[in-house]
Design a protein around this ligand. Structure first.
Ligand code: XMP
Length: 178
């Protein structure tokens, strides 16, 4: 355990077992259909690395740098930080993010890729927060439902830190107050 972590929410071995299950569902849905995975940086990089190595299908991997969070809350504005977006015209796309919170990020990215001609768009997240969402209700593939609290680890950060922790955990309050 890390000194700043109040409690572990999901252990690494539980995460990895769940990835076997998600990968099997994606494989069954996309067997024989070329797929482009769009990885939302930086939060989804750890999740994606473990998930996609479990997927023996025809796959291209592209990354998209987006940001909407500051500290522990959403700014409500999704910024696209890359100058150029991946070419998705007439392609099947799987957008992969770490967590579905307000849903604004996945909605904005899906809209942008749809405008750029993607022929099919599916979404995949490791975590889904239990909050009411108006427009973007749920991802097509999701690992775990969690309560509405700020989590870190396994790619998720607080001000750039804790992405390297191998589990999903809740930070001690004192870390926010510092
Ligand atoms: P929305 O609200 O657009 O949020 O669904 C998705 C993005 O917000 C970040 N996010 C979090 N990051 N712990 C984090 O480290 C959290 O509890 C959390 N909730 C949302 C994340 O970057 C995600 O892509």
């Amino acid at each position: 355990m890390h000194k700043d972590i109040d409690r572990v929410l999901i252990d690494e071995d539980i995460i990895l077992k769940r990835l076997d299950h998600i990968a099997e569902k994606i494989r069954a849905d996309f067997e024989g259909k070329p797929l482009v995975a769009i990885v939302l940086l930086k939060g989804a990089m750890v999740f994606t690395a473990d998930l996609l190595r479990r997927l023996p299908i025809h796959l291209e991997i592209e990354c998209l740098n987006v940001a909407s969070y500051k500290g522990t809350s959403s700014t409500g504005i999704v910024s696209f930080l890359d100058k150029k977006l991946p070419d998705v015209a007439n392609k099947n796309v799987l957008i992969i993010d770490d967590i579905l919170d307000t849903g604004r990020t996945l909605e904005a990215v899906a809209e942008k890729l749809s405008d750029n001609g993607a022929s099919m768009i599916k979404t995949c997240v490791l975590l889904t927060k239990d909050i009411p969402r108006e427009d973007f209700k749920e991802a097509n593939y999701s690992g775990f439902d969690i309560a509405n609290e700020f989590v870190v680890g396994y790619g998720l950060d607080y001000n750039g830190r804790y992405r390297n922790l191998p589990f999903i955990g809740v930070l001690k309050q004192s870390v926010y107050q510092d």
